[in-house]
Design a protein around this ligand. Structure first.
Ligand code: BGC
Ligand code: BGC
Length: 846
């Protein structure tokens, strides 16, 4: 836990987006707690939710507010996680909401039954309805990430991920997907769904690209309202919140998909016009469909964290866009707001956040601090009442006050809803419509059923792999086919169809066979990942063994069909060249039969289902990390936005260039990080004891517990003196908004080299770190080395890059090549920081 928080703080510094044009962004910072409404840009539309306020309901809320103590009110503002809060604690702290994070189950049992889920929901519900302490009964609201079906629950229907749904170009289908998802969630007694994700992803290196319907805002706009209507029920109908339709969340507000270089939780650096025209489009239709909650994004807009962004949360979303539901935070995301920590952030509430998502056990401290801030007036009574009113409004609208205990609700406990055949049919249709045919030379597809088909590749019979991230577990890893009862693998779907027509389908992951097949289908691609763990530094598909398999089959005269499992477009020209037909199947989820429906002919030998899927993301023509979108580098797309063949096409795809465009790094030259000034792309940044992030561009800066100063060694201001007071953790180092590939240095006995002069030896542990993003990085202790240095004398230090690589830093995607962190007192001066190959090292990890 400790390691995670520290990495979080460091990543906050990077993702704080203070790289690049930092000063301009810092200028925006003082407005954070500004209580006055800013002038809203006219380009934002004025909207109204179709779920109008009801005078009687508002009066009832006023009555409740009048009865509630300040302790009870603050409790509504805190959402805790089932792994770190018992029903007893929820009662004691008057907690308003709970969640289960990705991969969190009742009793930590992955195989928890529907009855277990409902029983747990009951126990939290009862805890909040218990008025024996004289308090007011306010039913808890439980939220879950049902982002492609009820994905934390064994046996649920898993729909294709959003990138695949986008390719269907079928907004009406989204309503059905939403309704089926909500129905399965209702069976477990849960009230609220953290979907849809409305990110418009522009840089496909982002690890959440697959959670996006499209790089095209129009698609996201067309889908958002439909999804919300499917989840919540149509606003003008009696299905709205009828027990089988639940509260939805538009997330992550705003511009999560627009971060610089596709860095998870990074900074969206853009004009307000771009924000409105590209990233806000989905929110407009979601609000017009009556979405009741919005989740704040971890990311920043022009250097300012969304969790603390009053202008966007309050002035724009709540006032101009007329959103009268509540804004929930994202997974302790408030901690990254300047001046905040995970246990204290009045800034976020004052900026318009209504509910903290406080998943770790420190929530009690957050509660206490928030209570103190509400009592002292640091959070005004007006703001507190407004936040609670919004939360109660959503609970009332959702019918939670009247619904009774989860187990008494009409659909809760109904196991037949989980993985129901009618839901699977919708998912199977979505799979069929999402497949994008990129190559079909000599019209190899559709394949006749009555032949001998070899089905190869590590994705052929692997339901975890075909489902991607957010599948039973958070990352989607660590699952077996048996964890998906009722599901069908790609191979399973093919085998069923082929065998019913007298053909044979032989499963052979490595592609070896005894009897030569008529045709081979190879299923391969990306392994599952979620969030920051899916960030990449370029667009190369690295599967060398897959390519070898395709070539081997081809060399034996076997026609090859590639089915590519992926969460994003990747450069696959070599794989395309080694295939006769190539289909992007994305991450289709549990209904693998949808693939067989399209690639195989029907029993009579006719086309069964044609391909109708079209790309909603541009496909790259090389592996370089170039952004490609409609109107942006279109010439660098191998397949443009909207591409997708059907069986009527007879297009032959010629051999494609196999030049990846990635160059081998030259390590003869050392790579300078600091030589008197921070070299591009890095800037010199400090996070002080109060978690305030600053880009240092002046020669002297005194911050809380740390001060920095430019000093002369050989020429003026060629060095930086760093002084820590010992008041607490503070960090100084070089950070960027873009990634640097240091892997060639790592491969060539590389080291991080710097000169240092110690004026006061450390009083506590000092770490040297390399960071590569949220939860990505490593630190190496330099305490002894600094303690052993002769005071006042310069010394050159070289730290083996292996130490950092072994500690978990991904050296091909470095954001910070050098930072120093200590909580103790320390006075050092640094000079000439660089990365060099073939270095003699002082600290080695060989
Ligand atoms: C994700 C959200 C998710 C939340 C709760 C966060 O890390 O960004 O999308 O809803 O966790 O699991
Ligand atoms: C949770 C996820 C969450 C993630 C954020 C995980 O432990 O289970 O739901 O999104 O942490 O870092």
């Amino acid at each position: 836990m400790k390691k995670r928080i520290l990495l979080g703080v460091i990543s906050g510094l990077i993702a704080g987006g203070l790289g690049g044009c930092g000063e301009q962004k810092m200028a925006a910072e003082p407005q954070a707690t500004d209580a006055t409404a800013a002038q809203v840009n006219d380009a934002w539309p004025e909207l109204a939710s179709p779920i109008a306020q009801d005078a009687a309901m508002e009066a009832r809320i006023t009555e409740l507010l009048d009865k509630m103590s300040i302790e009870e009110k603050v409790g509504q503002l805190v959402q805790v996680e089932i792994r770190s809060a018992t029903p007893e604690e929820v009662k004691q702290y008057h907690i308003g909401s709970i969640l289960n994070g990705g991969g969190a189950f009742p009793g930590d049992d992955k195989h928890a039954s529907v009855a277990d889920w409902v029983a747990l929901a009951d126990s939290y519900y009862e805890a909040t309805m218990d008025t024996s302490d004289g308090g007011v009964a306010i039913p808890v609201i439980w939220g879950t990430d049902a982002v492609h079906g009820h994905n934390n629950v064994i046996g649920a229907t898993l729909f294709p991920h959003n990138i695949a749904l986008g390719a269907t170009h079928n907004p009406e289908l989204m309503r059905q997907v939403g309704a089926a998802t909500a129905a399965e969630v209702s069976a477990t007694g849960i009230d609220w769904i953290f979907a849809p994700t409305l990110a418009v992803v522009r840089d496909d290196r982002w690890g959440r690209t697959y959670e996006s319907y499209s790089e095209d805002p129009a698609v996201v706009r067309d889908y958002a309202g439909k999804l919300v209507a499917g989840l919540q029920g149509a606003p003008d109908s009696d299905e709205l919140f009828n027990g089988k339709h639940l509260v939805a969340t538009a997330k992550h507000f705003l511009a999560d998909g627009g971060t610089e270089n596709g860095i998870d939780r990074g900074d969206a650096i853009m004009s307000e016009e771009e924000l409105i025209e590209i990233h806000a489009q989905g929110y407009f239709t979601a609000i017009e469909a009556g979405v009741q909650t919005v989740m704040a994004s971890f990311s920043s807009w022009n250097g300012k964290k969304m969790h603390g962004h009053k202008y966007l949360m309050t002035d724009v979303l709540k006032e101009r866009l007329g959103f009268d539901g509540f804004i929930v935070g994202d997974w302790a995301g408030h901690q990254f707001v300047s001046g905040c920590s995970n246990v204290s952030c009045p800034q976020a509430i004052n900026a318009g956040l209504d509910m903290f998502m406080a998943p770790d056990p420190s929530w009690k401290e957050l509660y206490k601090n928030t209570l103190a801030q509400a009592k002292s007036g640091e959070i005004s009574a007006e703001r507190l009442n407004d936040a609670v009113r919004r939360i109660l409004r959503v609970k009332l609208r959702a019918g939670l006050f009247e619904a009774g205990a989860p187990s008494e609700r009409a659909y809760a406990g109904d196991e037949s809803l989980i993985g129901a055949p009618e839901h699977r049919a919708i998912a199977r249709q979505a799979v069929r419509e999402s497949l994008v045919l990129l190559k079909n030379n000599d019209n190899l597809l559709p394949l006749a059923r009555n032949q001998r088909i070899l089905v190869a590749g590590d994705g052929a019979d692997n339901i975890g792999k075909q489902s991607g991230g957010w599948s039973i577990t958070w990352q989607g890893t660590g699952n077996q086919n048996s964890d998906f009862p009722g599901a069908t693998s790609i191979y399973g779907g093919i085998a069923k169809a082929v065998e019913s027509a007298g053909g044979t389908a032989e499963l052979s992951v490595d592609g070896r066979f005894e009897q030569k097949p008529d045709v081979a289908i190879v299923v391969f691609g990306e392994d599952p990942y979620a969030e920051m763990q899916g960030d990449v530094s370029n667009l190369d598909y690295p599967g060398e063994s897959d390519l070898a398999l395709l070539k081997r089959l081809r060399a034996q005269g076997i026609p090859v069909v590639s089915l590519f499992i992926t969460g994003r477009p990747l450069w696959v020209n070599p794989e395309l060249n080694a295939s006769d037909a190539f289909v992007a199947i994305w991450q289709p989820g549990t209904e693998g039969e949808g693939v067989a429906d399209v690639i195989l002919r029907d029993a009579e030998g006719q086309v069964n289902h044609d391909f109708t899927g079209k790309l909603t993301f541009s496909w790259p023509n090389d592996a370089q990390p170039t952004v490609r979108n409609p109107g942006e580098n279109e010439a660098l797309a191998q397949f443009n936005y909207g591409y997708g063949l059907s069986y009527a096409d007879s297009e032959q795809l010629a051999m494609l260039s196999e030049e990846s465009g990635l160059s081998e790094a030259d390590t003869k030259e050392a790579l300078a990080v600091f030589n008197g000034r921070a070299l591009d792309p890095w800037s010199f940044q400090v996070t002080d004891v109060g978690n305030n992030h600053s880009v240092i561009s002046s020669s002297v800066a005194k911050l809380q517990g740390i001060s920095v100063q430019s000093v002369d060694r050989n020429v003026q201001e060629d060095s930086r003196r760093l002084q820590w007071s010992g008041e607490g953790n503070a960090i100084a180092g070089f950070f960027a908004n873009s990634r640097t590939d240091l892997s060639a240095y790592l491969a060539n006995q590389g080291a991080l080299v710097f000169d240092v002069k110690v004026d006061a030896a450390p009083s506590d542990a000092v770490n040297l770190g390399i960071n590569c993003g949220m939860e990505c990085g490593a630190e190496q202790s330099i305490t002894e080395l600094l303690k052993g240095a002769t005071p006042g004398e310069w010394k050159t230090v070289a730290v083996d890059l292996q130490c950092l690589a072994k500690g978990g830093a991904k050296l091909d995607m470095v954001l910070s090549p050098f930072y120093v962190r200590t909580a103790g007192a320390l006075d050092v001066t640094i000079h000439d920081i660089h990365i060099a190959a073939n270095a003699e090292t002082d600290i080695s990890c060989g």
